[in-house]
Design a protein around this ligand. Structure first.
Ligand code: C2E
Ligand code: CA
Ligand code: CA
Length: 556
């Protein structure tokens, strides 16, 4: 029997096996060497696909996927076929044979042969039914309805104010009173919002306990006033004769610029909502949409940067800041720091877009791009300096992805990167993650050989607990403690205490933000392993960083 027939036979056997064990609506198997797939009859009929056997099914299927979801699907499939990823888990909308969009969850795995080459891609898909704009619990329109209405507003260029509201600590209510009462509270809240809103306002229930309001008439001042009243009222809210304490948080945004997408609006509203929830005790936070020095609105800027993630991360690049050994002052590594640039906006620093985008569902794509780029660059340096460590910052939303650890390990393997030359910096905001999840991720990465650093130590909450629980190799002292170290004895004391804590847990200390010799000498009195700061170098592009290393070794 020739190879071709043999491969077709395996395709059919795998397909039968998958169909047998899968409880999902549809199954598919693709031979990754020939790109021949087999899909089950139900899928072929329901979506009116060309046939059960298809070549290049990924491209055919992409043409059925909703245009807003297509890019994410195509990028994921590309990664599967390039070996960068080995699992697929996406939810998207697909057009059926009646022209309606249905929501499908698609999960799949890549099987490799004994030589480690990509062999088959097998998966199953669940059809959740027709995309519905209504929320059954409250009778309001749901998140899809909100996105559709945003599209209408953008198309018709209707100036309006957008509000996102939500209850925090709702889990307590469910735990204390049960889900039925929890649901009743949400129904009440929906009716209450309808009562206080203008008759022309549109109200939506987003995910979970969050609501959105679109209003064309109510001014920002009025919204602030009403919000404060509602917040007060919710502190002792009566449902079925019971007094329930609800904590409200919220954000608001004035929309007067229409050259943006609905997803960017959501991302910016959500960013301000998270600030309300995590930093402002529920005060209504307005999204800052002031023009910057280039006269471009913050919203437009975020929109442009967000869209470039989907455009193969165009405009993004990394700068590197050397990390030197505290005693020899020789380069031992570098921190990769993201930048974005285009001709209109110039170079944009991460502080302007990372905090907004890190809660956005495009961030994991950018995060993997950063990791890949940093490791590819670092490979060049590791050749000459096998101890060189590249440090990469992680964002909260990356760690939350169910495939995060597998994706990192697959990437390290596909690049042939030595894991101990990579250090992942867990930033302040990652600590909002469930500790159990974070420690599972950390232990797996650590046991694989990847180093871990705790970034911005001392600026947030629960720092000591995290040091105790997670196997950090490095603790980075935030610049905030170093800035005034020459004038303030307390800052020096803090540096001393952190070095003591780190050594108690077997971690090294890296001090950031050293700008001159005096600062350097102050921190060198303590058990500091490495130093980073403008005194040695600002972050520079990779070519400059290579020259920096060569100069140090006397090669330039
Ligand atoms: P970070 O991780 O604490 O990075 C160090 C920041 O301090 C960098 O700012 C660096 O340029 C700055 N810095 C270093 N030494 C000195 C100094 O001596 N003096 C002063 N004044 N500043 C110094 P940058 O590049 O603007 O990054 C800001 C933040 O953005 C980072 O803080 C990090 O939280 C985030 N970020 C940057 N790149 C990435 C990335 O690739 N992924 C993620 N998730 N976040 C990133
Ligand atoms: Ca960092
Ligand atoms: Ca830092």
């Amino acid at each position: 029997m020739n190879n071709k027939n043999n491969s077709a036979l395996i395709l059919d056997s795998l397909f039968e096996a998958f169909s047998y064990v899968s409880s999902a609506n549809y199954v598919y198997v693709c031979d990754m060497k020939t790109d021949l797939s087999r899909w089950n009859r139900d899928a072929v009929n329901y979506f009116s696909l060309p046939s059960e056997y298809m070549t290049n099914a990924g491209e055919i299927w992409a043409s059925y996927i909703h245009p807003d979801d297509r890019e994410e699907f195509i990028s994921d499939v590309k990664k599967l076929f390039s070996g960068e990823k080995s699992t697929h888990n996406l939810q998207y909308r697909v057009r059926n044979r009646f022209g309606q969009y249905v929501v499908c969850t698609c999960r799949g795995v890549v099987l490799k042969n004994d030589k480690g080459e990509l062999d088959f891609f097998c998966g199953a898909m669940t059809n959740h039914g027709i995309e519905n704009e209504n929320d059954v619990l409250t009778g309001l329109k749901n998140q899809y309805g909100f996105f559709l209405e945003l599209n209408n507003i953008l198309a018709e260029k209707t100036p309006c104010n957008l509000i996102m509201l939500g209850f925090t600590k709702f889990l307590n209510i469910n735990n204390m009173y049960g889900y039925t009462i929890g649901n009743r509270v949400l129904q009440h809240a929906a009716r209450f919002l309808q009562k206080i809103a203008d008759p022309d306002d549109r109200i939506y229930r987003l995910d979970g306990t969050r609501f959105a309001i679109i209003t064309e008439r109510q001014s920002l001042e009025h919204i602030h006033r009403v919000y404060n009243g509602v917040q007060e009222r919710m502190r002792s809210y009566s449902v079925n004769g019971m007094r329930i304490n609800l904590s409200l948080c919220g954000s608001v945004m004035k929309l007067s610029n229409f050259n943006i997408t609905n997803k960017t609006i959501y991302s910016c509203l959500n960013y301000s909502y998270q600030i309300s929830k995590n930093q402002r005790h529920g005060a209504l936070v307005e999204f800052n949409n002031k023009p910057d020095k280039t006269d471009i609105d913050q919203l437009v800027k975020i929109n442009t940067i967000r869209n470039s993630v989907g455009d193969n991360c165009k405009g993004f690049y990394l700068k590197y800041q050397p990390i030197v050994d505290a005693s020899s002052e020789k380069v031992m590594g570098a921190e990769a720091l993201i930048r974005w640039e285009n001709s209109r906006l110039g170079e944009v620093r991460p502080d302007e877009f990372i905090p907004v985008l890190e809660n956005d569902n495009v961030f994991p794509v950018l995060g993997m791009w950063i990791l890949r780029q940093a490791m590819q660059d670092a490979l060049e340096i590791v050749k000459d300096n096998p101890d060189f460590i590249v440090s990469v910052n992680l964002a909260y939303s990356q760690c939350e992805q169910s495939n995060f650890v597998n994706d990192v390990i697959s990437l390290v393997e596909s690049l042939g990167f030595p894991p101990h030359n990579l250090c992942l910096e867990i930033t302040e905001r990652c600590r909002l993650l469930d500790m159990e999840l974070l420690s599972r991720i950390a232990f797996t990465l650590h046991s694989y050989g990847i180093r871990l650093a705790l970034d911005d130590f001392g600026t947030g909450f629960s720092s000591l607990m995290i040091v105790k629980t997670i196997p950090f190799d490095i603790i980075k002292i935030d610049r905030a403690f170093i800035r005034d170290i020459c004038e303030n004895d307390k800052s020096e004391q803090i540096v001393k205490s952190i070095t003591d804590i780190a050594s108690a847990y077997g971690a090294g200390v890296c001090v950031e933000g050293i700008e001159n010799e005096i600062m350097r000498d102050k921190v060198r009195k303590y058990q500091v392993k490495s130093i980073q700061g403008f005194f040695y170098s600002k972050p520079v592009i990779f070519d400059e960083f290579k020259s920096f290393c060569k100069k140090e070794r006397g090669l330039l």
